[in-house]
Design a protein around this ligand. Structure first.
Ligand code: NAD
Length: 519
């Protein structure tokens, strides 16, 4: 008997003992930097001399670790091993599989500060953002453990038919390719892995190139609770080599991917091509980008709206799929809201997050992201009025620091109002009224998250119907979905409409089997 699911609480870094624990974890993580990490296939540790480095984006000369440059052959080998392991793992009872997740959740809860430290150093997360990520990973483990038991046997949904004893079971698919991004480097891999494994699949897991240490630690945590060898295989290397092979292998049965639209579309297309020897249609579970909007009308609590816009736009430097990178404000209150947004954002502290919890915004993740965001800022200066930020922040360590950057008077169809920038850049767009605002909201190719600040009951109802996003928030910020409370995932080019942390999510990792026995 399991206690009811409850979300994990966040750490309170204002408590001296929590602050001290976080500093100790950071010191320990720093003392372990620069190690070399292997591939792990079927429990076998495979060292490689051909490696790539992961760096600290606050201090790019600091090497976090060296990781094997896996090859397409490694991917083939790992998928083969996972296929072997599937022969037995698929028949392990769901209760037993769920217990691995529950033990992993308990272990992660105990090691929270340690995982936070890895994310502060390797991903440039603030303490607060790192802590949210770890808590979400705990939640996925706890939530999917319960959901797997709930959905395994759905015979109770069938109509009685006395001549037969009938049953309906959600059985696993096979080998999954698990390909996450770097921006929630603990929670997203943990969620994908937990969902796939608890439903009886075996996996090959390739973390993003920017955060392989955290990926390794996630895998290690799951191995540490005793998962049989071959159930979770760990590969590092370039996405377009290792990840691509994981997608195209004829032995891969499904792909659990979170990342950019561009790579998601490539996977969607290539997973659909039948390879020689392939016996099934691959399933693609794809969570992709967003260009999320916060709409504010003249009836709104304008202070709440301004706070919500800033939090949504600049949390984790705007590097969230749920980042509210567009603020659409009706004319009547545009100046007031815009001024207040700039005022609040100008107080955000930017710096190396390992210094302490007072840093609100760390660096962006790497040189490529830094360059791309700078290019968009350049485009923004042509498309709108620069109200805040714009220039990179110099640091003695040459970290990838960009300030909160805000453009005002941006046209709804400008590039910075339509394309995902994935950085601390906010486009503010003026709408003549609520109706036009709602049209602008729905004008991008994405449909992930969005928020409306309004006190008009009819408009709130209209937004419920017409604001076309997977995650709509009324009178609150557009980021910060909680597992089991806000099932998460978007429409249109934001993905395949799956809902992480929702009751139906695990069904995507299974196939239904109807069994009838004539009595
Ligand atoms: P990305 O698409 O560049 O990379 C994601 C993963 O795909 C990485 O592990 C990468 O190595 C791998 N990859 C790259 N090329 C590949 C290929 N050809 N075949 C197979 N795998 C390949 O994305 P990113 O920069 O890591 O993450 C940022 C993106 O993720 C943003 O667009 C963001 O909106 C999106 N995201 C979406 C959600 C969501 O839930 N919808 C959540 C987080 C992030």
């Amino acid at each position: 008997m399991l206690p009811a699911y409850n979300i994990e609480s966040f750490s309170d870094f204002n408590k001296p003992e929590t602050d001290a624990a976080m500093r100790a974890a950071l010191a320990k993580a720093k003392s372990e930097l620069g190690r070399t990490y292997p591939l792990v296939i079927g429990g076998e540790v495979i060292q490689r001399s051909d490696t790539f480095t992961s760096i600290n984006p606050s201090n790019p000369s600091q090497v976090i670790g060296n990781f094997a440059n896996g090859t397409a052959e490694d991917a083939d080998h790992a998928i083969q091993v996972a296929s072997e392991a599937f022969k037995t793992w698929q028949y392990v009872s769901v209760e037993e599989r769920a217990r691995y997740l529950l033990r992993a959740a308990a272990a992660l809860r105990r090691r929270k500060a340690e995982f936070n430290a890895y994310m502060i150093l390797e991903a440039g997360k603030s303490w607060y953002e790192a802590d949210i990520d770890t808590a979400e990973a705990v939640d996925f483990l706890e939530f999917y453990a319960r959901q797997a038991v709930r959905i395994a046997d759905e015979s109770h949904t069938l109509a009685p038919y006395p001549p037969e004893q009938v049953g309906y079971y959600n059985i696993p698919l096979g080998v999954g390719a698990i390909i996450p991004p770097w921006n929630f480097p603990t929670a997203i891999p943990m969620g994908l892995l937990a969902a796939a494994i608890v439903t009886g699949n075996t996996v090959v897991f390739k973390p993003a190139e920017q955060t392989p240490l955290i990926g390794y630690k996630v895998a290690e945590l799951l191995w540490s609770v005793g998962l049989p060898k071959g159930v979770l295989n760990f590969l590092t290397g370039p996405g377009e080599v290792v990840g691509a092979r994981m997608v195209t292998s004829p032995l891969t049965r499904f792909i659990g991917f979170t990342g950019s639209k561009q790579v998601g579309l490539w996977i969607y297309e290539n997973a659909a091509k039948i390879q020689p020897g392939q016996k099934w249609l691959k399933r693609s579970i794809l969570e992709m980008g967003g260009k999320d909007a916060v709409l504010v009308d003249e009836t709104a609590n304008l202070e709440d709206a301004a706070q919500g816009i800033v939090q949504g736009a600049f949390g984790f430097q705007g590097q969230k799929c749920s980042a509210g990178s567009r603020a659409i404000i009706v004319d009547a209150v545009y100046d007031q809201v815009a001024n207040r947004v700039v005022e609040i954002a100008s107080k955000l502290t930017v710096g190396s997050p390992d210094e302490g919890n007072h840093i609100n915004m760390g660096p962006v993740v790497d040189q490529e992201a830094f360059n791309k965001i700078k290019d968009y800022i350049e485009i923004g200066t042509q498309e709108g009025k620069l109200l805040l930020g714009g220039q990179p922040i110099e640091s003695p360590t040459n970290g990838y620091f960009l300030p909160p950057t805000i453009f005002g008077d941006v046209a709804w169809d400008a590039r910075i109002a339509q394309e995902e920038i994935f950085g601390p850049v906010l486009a503010m767009v003026k709408a003549s009224d609520f109706s036009e605002g709602l049209r602008i909201v729905n004008s991008t190719e994405y449909g992930l998250t969005g928020a409306l600040f309004s006190n008009d009951r009819e408009r709130l109802e209209q937004a419920r119907r017409e604001f076309h996003v997977g995650n709509l928030y009324l009178n609150r910020k557009c980021s910060g979905a909680l597992v089991g409370i806000h099932p998460f995932g978007g429409f249109n080019m934001s993905g395949t409409d799956s809902k992480g942390g929702g009751a139906d999510y695990l069904l995507q990792f299974t196939q239904g089997k109807s069994v009838a026995e004539r009595l």
